[in-house]
Ligand binder design. Sequence first.
Ligand code: DOR
Ligand code: ZN
Length: 338
Amino acid sequence: MLKIFKPCDFHVHLREGQLLKYVLKENNKNFQKILVMPNLIKPITNKNILSKYRSFVLNNNNNNTEILFTIYLNQDCSIIDLKNMVNEKLFFAAKLYPLHATTNSSSGVKDIKKMSKYFEFLENNKIPLCLHGEHIHENDDPYEREKRFLDFELSWLVKNFKGLKITLEHITTKDSVDFVKSHKNIAATITTHHLLENTNTFLGNFLRPEIFCKPVIKSVNHQKSLLNAALSGNSKFFFGSDSAPHLKNRKFNEFCCAGVYSTKYSVSNILELFYTSKKSNNLNKFLTINGCKHYNLKFDNTLISYSRKKDFTFKKYSKFKNDSLINYNHFKNYWSKN
Ligand code: DOR
Ligand code: ZN
């Protein structure tokens, strides 16, 4: 048995409409806090869009989960509009997507060095900046995008905005682990699938579209570095699932969408990982404390018991409308709430 605080997921995609209702229910079961990403088909770039989205989400939330909203930061955002939203505490963090980096990033930012006025605004108002950390440039290799982002964008950002609180999202490389460790005011989220998979398990044998995501899964050496960072309990690294539902017919398709739907079994996978690595004492740090510390949030420290069911039959697909979602799972054993 393991006793932990109810976990937080500091990076999740709820989407919209009926799918949102379904996904939010699964989040309610598992998490005390979630940080919700803004890359809707029409991204959340202003107060009008955010207000409607907030109402829809909050009306469908069961209130045991604290929902933290993000705004989609791009060159179309208005500083006055941002100020109004800050005054009304409508969003918690700003998310920046480089142009064409991932799903719904066609309104992303082409040149972050032209975004200084927004970074100053965030810094002055103590609003965290969450980054999709990939440098997207013509024929650059997808495996090099994260490293290039550190060199071309993030180094510039931390040098020029020393007071800005930054979260480097879903890191996949040793380079990012080292960068985050060696700079102040920056922490990183790590997903379940980047901890548990590598290029061999992704495409070394058969190609597995269900774990195709951005940033793309990296080699075993990078994976080891992520595992060390997460399992060590280091306060700069915490859980953000990047759980990103796409329907099965969009995943098993000529053009497979990037995104892994991991919410259903993510807590179980993380518990099994820490348990089998003999690091269960760091679970609360990775799943709750480190993220809350980074974001200055209070958390519920009620203990919840989980027990281990051996050789569990996992549900690979969850029916949704005429299609289904593909549930990501890695281990054979399942940790269920008692
Ligand atoms: O694989 C991904 N899917 N990475 C992201 O950054 C976005 C996400 C999505 O929204 O589907
Ligand atoms: Zn994401």
